[in-house]
Design a protein around this ligand. Structure first.
Ligand SMILES: [Fe+2]
Length: 287
C-alpha cells in the first residue's frame, strides 16, 4: 500500500489536493492514505489566525484556502468532491500554526480522536497521542512543538505515547523534529529533546516530521529512519534566492511517498510538482 506524507501546508489546501491528484496520475499509483504533518493552517476564520499566519495570508491569497473550505462556494464544494473521488481525505496532526482551542472543541463535540473539520470531508484532524491503524500500519501522532517559553508538546499525549510498548508502532508522525535536526537562523541547535526520547522509546521503522520547512533526511536513530518534509509552497519572497516562489509553485521535498510493501520512502522531486501553482490554483483543471 502507498501513503503520501505532506509537509507544512499553511492553508494551501487546493495545492495539496492537486499534488495528490497529480501524484496518482503521473506515477500511475493509487494512494491508500494521505497524512499531513501539521501547520495545515487550520483556522476557522481570518480573525482567528495567529499574527504571522494573517500577515503571510495578505501576500499569499491561497493561504486562505483552508478557511474557504469551511464555507465553500458551490463550485469549490463540487471540485473538492470530485477530487475526493480520486484521492483519500487528508489526515493531519497539529503544527504550531493552528487554532488549537477550535480543534479541541471539534474533538470534544464529536467525542472522537479523528474529526472531519470541513463540510466536504477533505481534511480530518487527528488528536495528539493517538495510535491508529492506517493502510496496515500502526501510526502514532504527536503534534505541536517543543519551544520553551512559547509552546510545548501536549504533556498527556506525550506520556501516553511513552507508555506504548516499544517496537509496536510502525510509523511516528510529529510536527517538530528530533533534537539536533538543524540549526536555527541564530545558530542554535534546533529540534525537540522530548521527541528524540520518544523516537528512541518507540523505535518505529519510520518517523516523518515537518516544521523546519526544508527536506532533511534520512536521519537514523537506532532502527528508525527519520525524514523531515519541506514546506509545500514556499513564500513569494525569501532571504534565500533559491527559495523565492513568486508563482506559488509546489516545491520539491514537501511530499514523501511510502510503499508499505518494502517500507521504502522517497521524497518527491518530480518536475510536474511545479505545475501546481498560482494564487488561485485551478484544481478542477487537473481532475
Ligand atoms: Fe510551518
Amino acid at each position: 500500500m502507498k501513503i503520501a506524507f505532506v509537509g507544512d501546508v499553511h492553508g494551501h489546501v487546493r495545492h495539496t489536493l492537486g499534488a495528490l491528484v497529480l501524484l496518482q496520475q503521473r506515477r500511475g499509483i493509487r494512494l491508500d492514505a494521505a497524512i499531513q504533518v501539521g501547520d495545515l493552517g487550520a483556522f476557522p476564520s481570518v480573525e482567528r489566525m495567529d499574527a504571522p499566519s494573517r500577515r503571510f495570508a495578505e501576500d499569499h491569497p491561497s493561504e486562505r484556502d483552508f478557511i474557504r473550505l469551511l464555507d465553500p462556494s458551490p463550485m469549490l464544494s463540487r471540485t473538492v468532491g470530485r477530487a475526493l473521488r480520486h484521492v483519500p481525505p487528508i489526515l493531519f496532526v497539529s503544527g504550531n500554526h493552528e487554532d488549537f482551542a477550535w480543534l479541541a472543541g471539534l474533538h470534544e463535540a464529536a467525542g472522537a480522536a479523528v474529526v472531519p473539520v470541513d463540510p466536504t470531508g477533505a481534511v480530518r484532524h487527528v488528536a495528539c497521542g493517538e495510535v491508529l491503524t492506517i493502510a496496515g500500519q500502526r501510526i502514532a501522532f504527536l503534534g505541536r512543538i517543543e519551544e520553551p517559553g512559547h509552546m510545548d508538546l501536549d504533556p498527556d499525549a506525550y506520556e501516553r505515547l511513552l507508555a506504548v510498548e516499544p517496537s509496536t508502532v510502525d510509523i511516528l508522525v510529529t510536527h517538530d523534529g528530533p533534537f539536533g535536526i538543524c540549526r536555527t537562523w541564530r545558530g542554535d541547535t534546533a529540534g525537540s529533546p522530548k521527541l528524540s526520547r520518544l523516537v528512541e522509546h518507540l523505535r518505529p521503522r519510520l518517523h516523518v516530521s515537518g516544521h523546519y520547512h526544508h527536506e532533511n533526511g534520512p536521519r537514523r536513530y537506532g532502527p528508525t529512519r527519520s525524514y523531515a518534509l519541506s514546506e509545500l509552497v514556499y513564500p513569494k519572497t525569501s532571504r534565500r534566492a533559491d527559495r523565492a516562489n513568486p508563482e506559488q509553485r509546489v516545491g520539491a521535498g514537501a511530499i514523501g511517498l511510502l510503499d508499505t510493501g518494502d517500507h521504502s520512502f522517497e521524497y518527491l522531486h518530480d518536475p510536474w510538482l511545479a505545475e501546481i501553482h498560482g494564487d488561485d490554483f485551478d484544481l478542477l483543471a487537473c481532475l
